[in-house]
Design a protein around this ligand. Structure first.
Ligand SMILES: [Zn+2]
Ligand SMILES: [Zn+2]
Length: 100
């Protein structure tokens, strides 16, 4: 992994769990979830830039992405993985504006 990617991933993780944030609990310590393929169905490898911050529960727990599977997860939180990804990118953009 190159330096820029590592830096990006730590910024994503620092946002806190994206689902907790939606539920009104900002800043939950999170792990990195890699978004795969984005429905292109062609075995497109996930990039380190297509990542979401998820807390251990929302990542691997019973109410999490890998616990429920993508479809159930998206239904549960009423948002698609793709939309979450867009939200993360917006949050990082805002951060850049604030700190400059
Ligand atoms: Zn969470
Ligand atoms: Zn994951």
């Amino acid at each position: 992994m190159i330096k820029a990617e590592k830096k990006y991933l730590s910024r994503v993780a620092n946002l806190g769990c994206i689902i907790c944030t939606r539920l009104g609990y900002a800043g939950t310590p999170s792990e990195i979830h890699h978004v795969r393929g984005l429905g292109l169905g062609m075995g497109v490898r996930s990039s380190h830039y297509d990542t979401l911050p998820l807390c251990p529960e929302h990542h691997r727990g019973n109410t999490g992405y890998h616990g429920m599977g993508r479809k159930a997860f998206e239904r549960q939180y009423e948002i698609t993985e793709q939309q979450l990804l867009e939200q993360v990118k917006e949050m990082l953009d805002d951060e850049e504006i604030e700190s400059s």
